[in-house]
Design a protein around this ligand. Structure first.
Ligand code: NAD
Ligand code: WQD
Length: 339
C-alpha cells in the first residue's frame, strides 16, 4: 500500500483541500490541483508547497469546463482524483439553489465524464454530515436515512446517489464518499488555515475573528436546546485528521462505493468551543445569545466506527489542538491570506 501516485485534487486551494495536498505531497504522491479560486486564494497553494518542500502543478479552471478538465487529464498520468471542489455555504444555497446544483452536481458529473474519458477509476468524494438533516439519532451511522433540508445538503446527497448508480453500472469504478462532520483547526505551522471570504457562517472562524479583534462579539444561536448547556452540540474534527483519512481512503479503495463518516464521536457545545478557544488564545471571546438559527439541530455526532474498521483510521486531535492551531493561523494571518 501507499504506492506514490499522481493525484488530481479539485478545490485544492480550499480549506480541506490545501491541508490534504500537504499530506499527499509528504506521503510522496504527485499532486495536480484544479480550482477556480471562487472561494480560495492561490497563496494557499504557495504555502502548501513551502510546507511540504515539494512542488505541485496548479490549474485555475472551473470544474464544469470539460475542455479544461480534458486538457489537465491529457497533460498528466492521473491515477486518482480527490474531489473537494464545490460550493459549501448552507445559507447561500437557499438564496442561489440552482448555482449549488450546477456546481456541486454538474461539476461532479463533468469530472466523472472526464475521468471516464481518460480511464481514471479511483475517486474520493467530499460528502457531508448535512445530508442527515433534521435527525434525532445520536450518534449517526452511515445507515441512518438521509433527510437533506437545504439545496447544499441535497446537492451532496445527489452526488452520492449519482456515484452509487454509476458504481453499480461501471464496476471498474472505486469510490469512497467521506461524510465529514465539522472540520476545524489549521496546520500547526500557522501557515495554512481557514480563510473564508466575507462574514464567516461557521462557528470557529467567527470565534477566531472575535478573538483577534476583527469582530465585536459572537452571536450564539440559541441556548434553549435539550443539551447540557442549552447550546447546540457538534462533532468537531481537526482538518488534518480529515486530510489523513483521505490519504488512507486512496490506499484502501475497493470496487464500488464505500460511504464513511469522518468524525470523532465526541460532541462539543457552542460554549465548549468558546471556552476552548479562550483557553488556547488567552483572549476573551465576548458573546450574546440570540434566537435559534433556522435549520439547526440540537445534536449532530458521528459514529466513526466504520472508518476505523475500513481504513484503520480514527481522529487523533482534540478540541484543544483544533483551537490552538486555528488561533496560530489567525494570529499569524489576521487578515487571512490577503494580509
Ligand atoms: P472551500 O470552499 O474552502 O474549498 C472548496 C474549493 O473549491 C475552493 O477552493 C473553491 O474555490 C473551489 N471551487 C468551488 N467551485 C469550484 C468550481 N466550479 N470549479 C473549481 N473549483 C471550485 O471548502 P472546504 O471547507 O475546503 O470544503 C471542501 C469540500 O468538503 C466541499 O466539497 C465541501 O462541500 C465539503 N465539506 C466541507 C465541510 C466543512 O465544514 N468545511 C463539511 C463537510 C463537507
Ligand atoms: C456550529 C454551531 C450554530 C455560527 C455546517 C454545515 C454542514 C457542514 C459543517 C459542510 C451551530 C452555532 C454558528 C455563529 C453560532 N458543512 N453558531 N454562532 O451548522 O453544524 O454545520 O458546517 O458540509 O453542512 O451546515 O456548523 O459552524 O455553522 O455551526 O452560535 O456565528 O455553532 O448554531 O450550533 P453546522 P456551524
Amino acid at each position: 500500500m501507499n504506492t506514490a501516485r499522481t493525484v488530481l485534487v479539485t478545490g485544492g486551494a480550499g480549506f480541506i483541500g490545501s491541508h490534504t495536498c500537504v499530506e499527499l505531497l509528504e506521503r510522496g504522491h504527485d499532486v495536480i490541483t484544479v480550482d477556480d479560486h471562487s472561494n480560495s486564494s492561490p497563496v494557499a497553494l504557495d504555502r502548501v508547497q513551502k510546507l511540504a518542500g515539494r512542488p505541485l502543478t496548479a490549474y485555475t479552471a472551473d470544474l464544469r469546463d470539460r475542455a479544461a478538465l480534458d486538457a489537465v487529464f491529457a497533460a498528466h498520468p492521473i491515477d486518482a482524483v480527490i474531489h473537494f471542489g464545490a460550493k459549501k455555504a448552507v445559507n447561500e444555497s437557499t438564496e442561489i439553489p440552482l448555482e449549488y446544483f450546477d456546481v456541486n452536481v454538474g461539476g461532479t458529473s463533468a469530472l466523472l465524464r472526464a475521468m471516464g474519458a481518460h480511464g481514471v477509476h479511483d475517486l474520493v468524494f467530499s460528502s457531508s454530515c448535512s445530508i442527515y438533516g433534521e435527525t434525532t439519532r445520536v450518534p449517526l451511522t452511515e445507515s441512518d436515512p438521509p433527510r437533506p433540508t437545504n439545496p447544499y445538503a441535497h446537492s451532496k446527497w445527489m452526488g452520492e446517489q449519482m456515484l452509487a448508480d454509476v458504481c453499480r453500472l461501471l464496476p471498474e469504478l472505486r469510490v469512497a464518499a467521506l461524510r465529514y462532520f465539522n472540520p476545524l483547526g489549521a496546520h500547526p505551522s500557522g501557515d495554512l488555515g481557514e480563510d473564508p471570504t466575507g462574514v464567516p457562517n461557521n462557528l470557529l472562524p467567527y470565534v477566531a475573528q472575535v478573538a483577534v479583534g476583527r469582530r465585536e462579539r459572537l452571536r450564539v444561536f440559541g441556548d434553549d436546546y435539550p443539551t447540557p448547556d442549552g447550546t447546540c452540540v457538534r462533532d468537531y474534527i481537526h482538518v488534518l485528521d480529515v486530510a489523513g483519512a483521505h490519504c488512507l481512503a486512496l490506499d484502501r479503495l475497493v470496487e464500488g462505493l464505500q460511504v464513511l463518516n469522518l468524525g470523532t464521536g465526541v460532541g462539543s457545545s457552542v460554549l465548549d468551543v468558546v471556552a476552548a478557544f479562550e483557553a488556547a488564545s488567552g483572549c476573551s471571546v465576548p458573546y450574546e445569545v440570540q434566537g435559534r438559527r433556522p435549520g439547526d439541530v440540537a445534536v449532530l455526532v458521528a459514529d466513526p466506527s466504520r472508518a476505523e474498521s475500513v481504513l484503520g483510521w480514527h481522529a487523533t486531535r482534540d478540541l484543544t489542538a483544533m483551537c490552538a492551531d486555528a488561533w496560530r493561523f489567525q494570529r499569524a494571518n489576521p487578515a487571512g491570506y490577503a494580509g
